[in-house]
Every structure is written in C-alpha cells, then in structure tokens.
Design a protein around this ligand. Structure first.
Ligand code: C2E
Ligand code: MG
Ligand code: MG
Ligand code: MG
Length: 283
C-alpha cells in the first residue's frame, strides 16, 4: 500500500511499525520463499576423538544465502522460523540433506561416522517427527546408528514427560541423542538421569574463557564428572586453542569440536577433510 502511494511515502516507518519490525517482516517474507528457491545449504563441522584424533562425527549446520539479503546467520533466522512454524519444513530438509550426505560419504568408502542434526523445539513437539525420521532413513538408506540428534535443555524441559517418551522412541530406533549447549539451560539434575541420552555437549561459553577463568574450569570439570558418572560421552564445543585442548585432554573429555580443527565447511571441503583422515591434534 505504501508503494502505491508514491516513492516519498514513508508510511511503513511509522512508530507503529518501526525499523526492527519492518526488518523482521522482510526477513519473514524471504524466509517463506527460501526453501523453494533452494537458498539453504548445509555446512559440516567435524567432531574429533581426543585420544585417536579420528573423526567421530560431523555436525550439520544450516546456512541461508538469500538471493536478495545475502548470508544470514542461523542465530537470526532459526528463531523466526521457529515462531512462524517454517522450522518444520526447513528442519525436514536439513534432516533429509544431512542423512543423504552421510550415506553418500559412506558409499564412497570413506571412514564412517555419525551425522549430527540440530532439532528445534517445534520440530521436537511435532507429532509426526518419528514418522518423518523413519521415512528419511528409509529413503536415504542411512542406518539409524549413523544419525545423531541434538536437542537443547530448554527443549527438553518444556514438557519433560513428552521428552522422555520421544527420546526413548528415538533411542529404540537406534538413533543417538545429544544434549547441546549443556550448562546454559535450566535442566535440573534430577531430570537429567531420566532423559535417555548418549552425549553431553559442553557449551562453548564455558570453553571460551577456560584458561582465564577458574570458575569455568571448575564447571567444565564438574560437567565431565557428571556426564561420565551417568555413563554419557562428553564433547566440548568451541575449542579454539591448543591450551584448551590440553586442558580437555587432562580431564578426559571424549570429543572436541571447534575452529582448532575446522570451522563448519561446505560438503566438498568436508569431503577433503574426511579423506585426509585424522585431524591435527597439535601438541
Ligand atoms: P550449535 O548447535 O550450538 O552449533 C555450534 C555453533 O558454534 C555453530 O554456529 C558453529 O559454527 C559455531 N562454532 C563451532 N566451533 C566454533 C569455535 O571454535 N568458535 C566459535 N566462536 N564458534 C564455533 P552456527 O553455525 O552459526 O549455528 C548457530 C546455532 O544455530 C546452532 O548452535 C544451532 O542452535 C542453530 N542451528 C544451526 N543449524 C541448525 C539447523 O539445521 N536446525 C536448527 N534447529 N538449528 C540450527
Ligand atoms: Mg548443535
Ligand atoms: Mg552446540
Ligand atoms: Mg552452542
């Protein structure tokens, strides 16, 4: 309507619809079209076993290259996709693409590992989630063991009974489950023992200041003890320096993910990393 009224009309910029709201509206509008315009792609970041240096997993991370807005961070558009419900079709695309990619790597005879996919709250609460995953695994031919789903504490805590029942079904299917960004949410320890999990991922915020902040070091040690006490693997995210690596080795962390080894990269670059095998463990 503003356009019809001529170029010098600034009606859209009234206080009622401020610049932020307008930006959101534009983003939302583009997001609706992004799937059919094929503007999404996945990047992959290796997860490395701390003892052997072998790649034990690849986390799939979505990228949006909008034809008219350029690259937009998932921190910006995932919450919007969540609010609008678009996250369900987008998340399904991510699952299908990631599973197909892992199957492709396997068919090339490369060393095998799990592909990790982030789930959003709405996706997790979708009542046909298990059916969709089952269908995608059948379609792509990927064994469930080679798929790992990442959920956050805030997702898990929204409806604890639902969480337990969905996670149990996923685990019965043979799928691995990890708790992402662990330590930043509000999951109470008494619930943690009821959640069927395989892995805890220590949030990047605790790793970042590990060498400067003794409190962070204490928290990381506590999470290690908690995880191992519950028979879970513990992975650290956001590992950037050899000093952090050494600390994590000393507390017997199982796996590492971070720029020290590789940032998330496009499929082709990820293939090269996998072909090269072990990653440089520095010292
Ligand atoms: P996340 O699942 O915790 O993913 C880790 C984030 O940390 C990624 O950001 C990754 O690029 C970044 N990262 C990895 N190593 C380092 C490091 O050493 N240093 C620093 N500074 N950063 C590192 P990214 O790719 O921007 O994704 C942000 C968040 O968006 C993800 O956090 C996840 O919550 C969400 N997300 C990404 N892809 C998807 C998706 O396909 N579905 C859903 N539902 N959420 C997604
Ligand atoms: Mg994640
Ligand atoms: Mg994470
Ligand atoms: Mg994180």
């Amino acid at each position: 309507r503003a356009k019809q009224q001529g170029r010098n009309n600034y009606q859209l910029y009234t206080p009622a619809l401020g610049a932020r709201a307008l930006e959101r509206l534009v983003l939302e509008n583009r997001l609706y079209k992004a799937l059919e315009r094929e503007e999404f792609l996945l990047h992959y970041q290796p997860q490395v076993n701390l003892i052997t240096g072998q790649i034990v997993g690849m986390e799939a991370l979505i990228r949006w290259n909008s034809s008219d807005l350029g690259f937009i961070s998932p921190y910006q558009f995932i919450p919007l996709a969540e609010e609008t419900g678009l996250i369900c079709p987008i998340g399904e695309w991510v699952l299908r693409t990631a599973c197909a990619q892992n199957r492709l790597w396997q068919s090339q005879g490369l060393p095998q590992f799990r592909i990790a996919v982030n789930l959003s709250a709405r996706q997790f609460q979708q009542n046909n989630l298990l059916k969709i995953i089952d269908q995608i695994l059948a379609e792509t031919g990927l064994e469930p063991y080679f798929l790992e789903l990442e959920i956050t504490e805030s997702i898990a805590m929204q409806d604890v009974d639902l969480t337990i029942s969905v996670l149990r079904k996923l685990q019965n299917m043979g799928i691995q489950i990890s708790m992402d960004d662990f330590g930043t949410g509000y999951s109470s320890l008494s619930y943690l023992k009821h959640f069927p999990l395989d892995t805890l991922k220590i949030d990047r915020s605790f790793i970042r200041d590990l060498m400067r902040n003794p409190h962070d070091a204490a928290i990381v040690k506590a999470i290690m003890a908690l995880g191992h006490g519950l028979n879970l693997k513990v992975i650290a995210e956001g590992v950037e320096t050899p000093e952090q690596l050494e600390f994590l080795r000393s507390v017997e962390c199982d796996g590492l993910q971070g720029y020290l080894f590789s940032p998330p990269v496009a499929a082709q670059a990820a293939t090269e990393i996998i072909k090269n095998g072990k990653l440089n463990m520095k010292n």
